[in-house]
Design a protein around this ligand. Structure first.
Ligand SMILES: [Zn+2]
Length: 182
């Protein structure tokens, strides 16, 4: 079951759309324009980010924008056209935290089927503990595991990624984790 805003108007001509099976044999209902018959395909979006690491600490950003204003998150955002997953994750880390870092391996891939998103988090090695957050971030700071504000984490994918990070850190061996969130 997908919960996100449905398309109301045609992106080509602005007339109303209806959800129905297209005439081309497609087996899924699509938003089809009642005037020009344009079919609007909707597909999952990629959210890309990092787990920036400094010693035994992780960098979190306090959100300055909705949704979840004032809650803490790992730097992450929607992937843009023309970039790779890793480039997008690095870009978001620069934009939201103003951090200096080196990208490491892909750490989590989390399907969030209910909202039609796939979230990817890479580990990143911070090369400085000085940050210069952008307008989307109120504050960027480092947290040891016992300092993490678990009740104030903005998104479940961030919480799951942090839990896996600190669990792996205890073993000293970081693995790739693939999860599905209902
Ligand atoms: Zn149309």
């Amino acid at each position: 079951m997908l919960h996100r805003p449905l398309i109301q108007h045609c992106k080509s001509c602005g007339n109303k759309v209806v959800y129905r099976l297209p005439d081309d044999g497609d087996t899924k209902e699509r938003a089809v324009c009642t005037a020009c018959s344009t079919i609007h395909y909707e597909n999952p979006l990629n959210v890309v980010g990092t787990v920036p690491i400094w010693g035994d600490k992780v960098l979190l950003c306090k959100r300055n924008i909705e949704p979840r204003l004032g809650k803490w998150t790992l730097p992450a955002g929607f992937m843009e056209l023309g970039e790779t997953v890793a480039q997008g994750a690095a870009r978001e880390t620069t934009e939201e935290a103003g951090a200096q870092f080196e990208m490491d391996e892909l750490f989590t891939l989390i399907n969030v089927t209910r909202v039609g998103q796939v979230h990817f988090f890479y580990r990143a090695k911070l090369t400085s503990d000085q940050f210069d957050p952008g307008h989307e971030t109120q504050e960027a700071r480092l947290f040891a595991e016992h300092e993490i504000p678990w009740e104030e984490i903005a998104f479940r994918t961030v919480k799951e990624t942090l839990l896996h990070y600190f669990a792996d850190a205890k073993t000293g061996k970081f693995q790739f984790h693939h999860l599905d969130i209902a």
